[in-house]
Write a protein that binds this ligand. Sequence first.
Ligand SMILES: Nc1nc(=O)c2c([nH]1)NC[C@@H]1CN(c3ccc(C(=O)N[C@@H](CCC(=O)O)C(=O)O)cc3)C=[N+]21
Length: 295
Amino acid sequence: MSAGASGARRIDGKAFAAGLRARVAGQVAAFHQQAGRVPGLAVVLVGEDPASQVYVRNKGRETVAAGMASFEHRLSADTPTATLLDLIARLNADDRVDGILVQLPLPKGVDEALVLAAIDPAKDVDGFHVVNAGRLALGQPGLVPCTPLGCLMLLEDTLGDLAGLEAVVIGRSAIVGKPMAQLLLSRHCTVTLAHSRTRDLPAVCRRADIVVAAVGRPELVRADWIKPGATVIDVGINRVSTPDGKTRLVGDVAFDDVEAVAGALTPVPGGVGPMTIACLLANTMQAAEARARTP
Ligand SMILES: Nc1nc(=O)c2c([nH]1)NC[C@@H]1CN(c3ccc(C(=O)N[C@@H](CCC(=O)O)C(=O)O)cc3)C=[N+]21
């Protein structure tokens, strides 16, 4: 953590993620000793989306760095849903594979719901299967989506106990917004899940002790939306063009603006993004341990 000119703390997701990856690497070594094998993560990439290729490469590198086995499956964009279902069935049956991640979005023409439903919930390290979403909604143990899990870790590291705090989550996606709201509720926050139809979003946000922005709208959240001292978590990763013809990453929060008002906030890059991959490794470790207990 460092204090900016304004006094807002910059939440260092990159450093926290490095610490988490080191803890996972320690668990991997202990698991290897006991089980006689290392945890394995299979990543399935369909199509040639350049951003997805970068993420998949980073995941593979960090998986291996943590001492786990990485299995990459790259398929062409015109792969039929049936072929994908075949691959998932093989990965479900493969004992070396503890975690299965199908990189989203899938190309048009692939039935995403069908593919995600085919993943064994015990290997669903993204936490996208209805069984894991249902467990989270009911407060039962299960695999939790990596991005909201990473956000929760940063929030608890920054604030300690979250009980009783007002939390506003902007964005109601199945991947971030909804599970984020469930996690905050499990920590006894008063949760508002805001979205594109929310009336007077700035006024709703101004009530919040915690704002989690996950809408994919560059720099939507401005300083006058933020209660002084609030903690702001920026899930947005938006590539925008700059006047000099280059591109840069910006979040859903106008960082320089909000930094003057917030108590603490995450930067983009270096905030939530690195936590997502570290939590993927943590989930793979959790899945391996659970599978070793109940084969
Ligand atoms: N099944 C599935 N699971 C995912 O978790 C998933 C996915 N599909 N599809 C794509 C999104 C995106 N995603 C990111 C992970 C890490 C960074 C990350 O590490 N970002 C760095 C910098 C990235 C850069 O410089 O381009 C940062 O924010 O500091 C970003 C984005 C996971 N996703």
